[in-house]
Design a binder for this molecule. Structure first.
Ligand SMILES: *[C@@H]1O[C@H](CO)[C@@H](O)[C@H](O)[C@H]1NC(C)=O
Ligand SMILES: *[C@@H]1O[C@H](CO)[C@@H](O)[C@H](O)[C@H]1NC(C)=O
Ligand SMILES: *[C@@H]1O[C@H](CO)[C@@H](O)[C@H](O)[C@H]1NC(C)=O
Ligand SMILES: *[C@@H]1O[C@H](CO)[C@@H](O)[C@H](O)[C@H]1NC(C)=O
Ligand SMILES: *[C@@H]1O[C@H](CO)[C@@H](O)[C@H](O)[C@H]1NC(C)=O
Length: 249
């Protein structure tokens, strides 16, 4: 169950949703702004209601590891993502040091390290979740002997899955709280007055990961409870166990 939630989160594009506002002109804020964006770890889509016409195009996360930054590139017609990212980085380098105070975030750039670690830890959570399932099945149908494959092992695998999931949540939480919630729009849109701060929220994909963590917690509680009932019935079956042992060896 936890694994299904994590995989779904991985594949969906609703980690963050937003309704960017145009603040260049007071008069535009009177009309309800219908612009909206949503994106996941890799892709998304955005609809910006420019004065010159509506623009609806996909978003694509793209990184330059050398520079340690990524951006959600708004794929307008004729936009070459790689060139656009390089342009954003160059603009940031030119303006970033200026007194304008426009930093990395205003240019739509965000931390490559946090992004890539989120993906790595989410992947590890999924792998560890699968390992947990494997050993659970083995415990039900197999005859667990070693501690690592037995009931104690299940605590370990579930615990590790939970830990990795919480790390994933923290990493993306840091990325969102520190950078994306302030601005994710490309500089050329930011420059002409598009703002997303205060109009951005975490989407359901992120809550699926929280659900995944919840599922691992439930597993641990169930393990604990079943451990108690096991130890109760264990006393009664003690003699039988000895018999089995005699037959086996
Ligand atoms: C604000 O809107 C008015 C009328 O729509 C326009 O004349 C003016 O140039 C706009 N101002 C800016 C800063 O965009
Ligand atoms: C909008 O107009 C108010 C006054 O009506 C002014 O104080 C404010 O700075 C204006 N905001 C922008 C973004 O132009
Ligand atoms: C975004 O706004 C457009 C135009 O109003 C609308 O067609 C679209 O359904 C909206 N998308 C979302 C996810 O709200
Ligand atoms: C990353 O940025 C550096 C310096 O701006 C540039 O030389 C390099 O080609 C870029 N890498 C990619 C994959 O775009
Ligand atoms: C940042 O640099 C671009 C050109 O690369 C320029 O058009 C823009 O006005 C600059 N913005 C600020 C705030 O300095």
């Amino acid at each position: 169950m936890g694994v299904v939630l994590l995989v779904t989160a991985f594949a969906t594009d609703y980690w963050v949703t937003a309704s960017p506002q145009s603040v260049t002109n007071n008069s535009t804020s009177d009309t309800p702004d219908t612009s909206n964006s949503s994106f996941g770890l890799f892709n998304g889509k955005q609809y910006l209601k420019y004065t010159t016409g509506d623009r609806s195009f996909p978003l694509q996360a793209l990184c330059n590891a050398t520079e340690g930054v990524c951006a959600y590139i708004f794929l307008r017609q004729g936009t070459e993502p790689r060139a656009k990212l390089t342009e954003l980085i160059q603009e940031y380098k030119k303006n970033g040091t200026a007194s304008s105070g426009l930093g990395q975030i205003e240019h739509g750039l965000f931390s490559f390290a946090l992004w890539v670690c989120t993906i790595i830890f989410l992947s590890l959570s999924i792998v560890m979740g699968l390992v947990t399932i494997g050993f659970s099945v083995f415990n039900v149908f197999g005859r667990p002997i070693e501690t690592i494959t037995g009931p104690m092992g299940l605590y370990l695998w579930n615990g590790l899955s939970l830990l990795l999931t919480i790390l994933t949540l923290s990493l993306f939480g840091a990325l969102y709280g520190g950078e994306l919630s302030q601005n994710f729009l490309m500089f050329e849109d930011y420059k002409i007055g598009w703002r997303s701060e205060g109009h951005t929220s975490l989407g359901y994909s992120y809550f699926l990961v929280i659900g995944g963590a919840g599922a691992f917690i439930v597993n641990l509680i169930l393990l604990y409870l079943s451990g108690h009932t096991l130890s109760c019935s264990y006393a009664g079956s003690g003699e039988k166990e000895v018999d089995n042992g005699m037959i086996l060896y």
